[in-house]
Design a protein around this ligand. Structure first.
Ligand SMILES: Nc1ncnc2c1ncn2[C@@H]1O[C@H](COP(=O)(O)OP(=O)(O)OP(=O)(O)O)[C@@H](O)[C@H]1O
Ligand SMILES: [Mg+2]
Length: 292
């Protein structure tokens, strides 16, 4: 059976592409055949992540100009460079050219939307039947625009990534209540993943504060108020609050790692640095997801 997992968020920059690419590689390393699909139609970035310009884009497939074998490319050799691997990793890229984005963004009436959606369902079906894939991992556009919802509709597991800032939490709550409940009603399993939690990158001015000394890893530094007092928020409380309000389960939060955040370019940490705590933590999260 093929599992289809979409990584989504309310706001941009929550780590969707990073988590999608590393999850795909991590699953391939355990012997799975994985297809990583960029459905961030409005602001594609996966081609940039892999530094590739494919001959055919997903847009070509949706436009009847390519078949699935041309669109979903085997990336195993270019990632692993001759290293033997149990599984396989394929990827399909979204076209970043302005005209391609406009074409898919402009509303051409409901018939056109329906046709595009049917084609997307067909893409999923072709990946499953022609490529014998175990996991489809979908990178999506943030928010609730047309293509974000399309991407979520073809997945059976949804991971909603978020960062610890208030707007994001409020937006996420709204998204869960207004959009995700429909998918849950039709059988999708949904998780919240809090990414880039602080605590590992302690601002130098706070290193000696009692709050940091007692619990550096699980504390979110909301802000320092005008009296130089530290206001704190615990991620666990936020997640429990969200679960209570929405009924959606949460995964183990993923810390913010300075070396990843400030590196010029994160690229498949799970492959290039398997002992990094990011890789270990992500593996743990993947196990939480696939056991269901
Ligand atoms: N756990 C983490 N620790 C540190 N840095 C991270 C972590 N996760 C992601 N990042 C960094 O955060 C930045 C944004 O990540 P990414 O591009 O994956 O987000 P995104 O949700 O796909 O963004 P967009 O909505 O723009 O597509 C990148 O520089 C990435 O390296
Ligand atoms: Mg992205």
């Amino acid at each position: 059976m093929t599992h289809c997992i979409a990584i989504h968020s309310y706001k941009g920059g929550t780590g969707k592409t990073t988590i999608a690419a590393n999850t795909a590689a991590s699953l391939a390393e355990t012997g799975k055949k994985v297809a990583l699909i960029d459905l961030d139609i409005y602001a594609p970035s996966l081609h940039n992540y892999f530094k590739i310009t494919p001959k055919k884009w997903i847009n070509d497939f949706l436009d009847n100009n390519a078949d699935v074998e041309e669109t979903i490319i085997d990336m195993t050799e270019s990632i692993y460079n001759g290293k033997s691997l149990l599984g396989k990793i394929y990827a399909g890229f979204s076209n970043p050219n302005r005209d391609a984005i406009f074409k898919f963004e402009i509303s051409n009436g409901s018939e056109y939307w329906k046709k595009q959606f049917r084609k997307l369902v067909f893409l999923r079906e072709q990946i499953i039947t022609k490529m014998d894939i175990d996991y489809i991992i979908i990178d999506t556009s943030p928010g609730i625009r047309h293509w974000s919802i399309n991407a979520l509709s073809i997945a059976d597991k949804l991971i909603l990534t978020m960062k610890m800032d208030d707007l994001d939490i409020e937006g996420t709550k709204k998204l869960l209540n207004e959009i995700y409940t429909t998918f849950v009603k039709f059988g999708a399993i949904t998780y919240i993943l809090l990414n880039r939690i602080s605590g590992y990158c302690v601002p130098v001015t706070l290193i000696n504060s009692p709050e940091v000394k007692t619990n550096p890893a699980h504390t979110y530094f909301k802000q320092i108020d005008s009296n130089n007092k530290l206001e704190m928020q615990n991620p666990q409380n936020v997640l429990e609050g969200l679960e209570e309000v929405t009924g959606i389960k949460y995964l183990t939060p993923l810390p913010c790692y300075c070396d990843i955040q400030f590196s010029s370019r994160e690229f498949l940490t799970v492959v290039n640095n398997p002992n990094h705590p990011f890789s270990k933590n992500l593996q743990h999260i993947i196990n939480e997801i696939i056991k269901e």
